[in-house]
Every structure is written in structure tokens, then in C-alpha cells.
Design a protein around this ligand. Structure first.
Ligand SMILES: [Zn+2]
Length: 296
């Protein structure tokens, strides 16, 4: 007797397996995900996936190791759907209910996706007219336990955008303007011949003055940078406050949003899966704090 598959369960699981195979077999492995050594050898295969053995640490891994897939025993189609929800900025509660996963899982998954976007969001360089604005965002300690907070400082978020829709938005410092941090996070991307257009901040104006030398140019206000403070404020509101330690990840999604890049969830999902940069659980939640206390 042939069983019917009225809910398409069989079909779905088959499609999921195919997608997984397609994505993972195209994934480039550059280094051992455990010790990051580049000395590894092919080591048979497992369930159709190429396996490798690291010559340094002796551990074996495969095309699937530490990919988005390896984190979850859950149906992979849930992952794809989840990526779509993140891009649509659905609430965690919504995702958890729709996909029948726990809130905690939803929280971690969102960070995996945002972490992946983070790698994608830095342009190669900024040239032509480069518009720069700032937004001060009050520190947010959401999710941090046992903290006795006496003072909340502002996080300096800088947006720099060139004519051809290349944009970077990064937190650069806490409390005060910090030039070395600005240079390290933003300025290195700006072409020597670029013309900097500052918006309403004396520090950015000083940077512009030094960079532009004696050049003076009439430049039209940029449609994104000019109202940047308002746009970002509105956008962040939807999340009911973002913990400062995660701010940078959310800003990567913000960049996708404001540049109106085609947000094809399947493409992004594929990219996240193919990236040879392994997503580490330690990238989530634990952050490197630089001397001025900004999450880098
Ligand atoms: Zn290794």
C-alpha cells in the first residue's frame, strides 16, 4: 500500500535534504574550524558530505561543520523561514510561535543570522562625495544581569555613505568622540581623493576640513545621511531597544534596509551557509571590548 503524503512532509524533508546538500557541497573550506589551521586533508565522506581531518589538532570536520545547519537538529526549512523573518524584522515571539521553537532558540538564531550579515556589510571603500553623520544612542544593558548601572553614556554611531550607495554604519566610541577609533572603523575606507561632506557635528567637520584640504564644493544633501538620526531612531524602535553589545549586528541589518538592497532571503541564507567564515557560538554574546568600552 502506498501511504499518502497529504501534508507534504516527505516532500519537504526531501527538498530540505537537497538544498542542504547543494549548499554544503559548494561551501569552501579554508581552514580547520576548530584550531584554524590550514593544514588538513580529505578524510572520506559521511552522509554524502566531504570530511576532512586537521593535521594540527587531529579533529575531523566536514562541509557542514559549524555551518548554519550544524546547529540545529530542527527541520532546515525552519531555518530558511527564520532567515526570512529576520529580514522582515518579525519579533522573536512571532518567530517562536510560527516555527514552534523556543524563545531562547529564536534569540540565538537571530544572532546567527545577524552575525552572518555583519561580514557582508562593510564596503570595499568609499569614494566620490562621502557624506558623514552621527547619532548618539543611549547605552542599553538589556539582558545583562547583576548590573548596577549608575551612569548611562551615549554610544557614538557614525554613518558614512558614498555616491554609489556604499554605506557603512558603525558604533565608534562610548561617551566621547574618539578619533583613533573613528579612523580605525570608518576613515580607513575613505578614498584619499574623496570629498567629505559633514553633517552637524564639529568633530566630523574637523575631519572633513583636514581631509578636503582647501577644496570647497557645493554638494546636495544626501537623502539617507541628512535625516540619518531620525531614520535610525525609528528603525531601532521596532526592536524595543537593542542591547548595546549587539548594536553593531543590528546595524548590519539596518544597512540592508536603508540601501534597499534586494532582500532575497534565500540568497542571504545561501550566503550565510556558504561563507567559509565559521560562525562561532562565542561570537554571540561575548564581545571584545576596546579600551574605551565599545563593542568591536
Ligand atoms: Zn584543527
Amino acid at each position: 500500500m502506498i501511504k499518502t503524503d497529504t501534508n507534504f512532509n516527505l516532500l519537504n524533508s526531501h527538498i530540505t535534504a537537497l538544498i542542504k546538500k547543494d549548499i554544503c557541497s559548494n561551501r569552501n573550506i579554508e581552514k580547520c574550524p576548530i584550531c584554524e589551521s590550514k593544514h588538513y586533508i580529505k578524510y572520506g565522506s559521511f552522509k554524502g558530505f566531504q570530511r576532512y581531518k586537521c593535521k594540527e589538532c587531529g579533529k575531523t570536520f566536514s562541509n557542514v561543520t559549524k555551518s548554519l545547519w550544524s546547529y540545529s537538529k530542527k527541520d532546515s526549512s525552519k531555518w530558511i523561514k527564520f532567515t526570512e523573518y529576520v529580514l522582515e524584522r518579525k519579533s522573536l515571539r512571532f518567530c517562536a510561535e510560527k516555527l514552534e521553537i523556543s524563545l531562547v532558540t529564536a534569540f540565538y538564531w537571530r544572532h546567527k543570522v545577524l552575525q552572518g550579515l555583519n561580514y557582508e556589510s562593510v564596503p570595499a571603500n568609499l569614494n566620490g562625495d562621502v557624506h558623514i553623520a552621527k547619532k548618539l544612542i543611549p547605552e542599553n544593558f538589556k539582558g545583562s544581569r547583576n548590573l548596577t548601572i549608575t551612569v548611562r553614556h551615549n554610544i557614538w554611531v557614525i554613518a558614512a555613505k558614498s555616491d554609489e550607495n556604499s554605506i557603512i554604519v558603525k558604533p565608534i566610541s562610548r561617551c566621547h568622540w574618539h578619533l583613533p577609533s573613528f579612523n580605525k572603523r570608518i576613515y580607513y575606507l575613505i578614498d584619499e581623493k574623496a570629498y567629505i561632506v559633514p553633517y552637524g557635528d564639529r568633530y566630523i567637520s574637523l575631519v572633513a576640513k583636514a581631509h578636503n584640504k582647501k577644496r570647497k564644493k557645493e554638494v546636495q544633501n544626501d537623502k539617507i545621511i541628512w535625516p540619518f538620526q531620525i531614520i535610525l531612531e525609528k528603525w531601532l524602535k521596532k526592536y524595543h531597544g537593542v542591547a548595546s553589545k549587539y548594536l553593531e549586528k543590528y546595524l548590519s541589518l539596518f544597512i540592508l534596509y536603508i540601501t534597499k538592497k534586494e532582500m532575497n532571503y534565500m540568497e542571504i541564507f545561501k550566503k550565510l551557509s556558504l561563507e567559509n567564515k565559521f560562525i562561532k557560538t562565542s561570537d554571540i554574546g561575548i564581545s571584545n571590548i576596546n579600551p574605551i568600552g565599545v563593542v568591536l
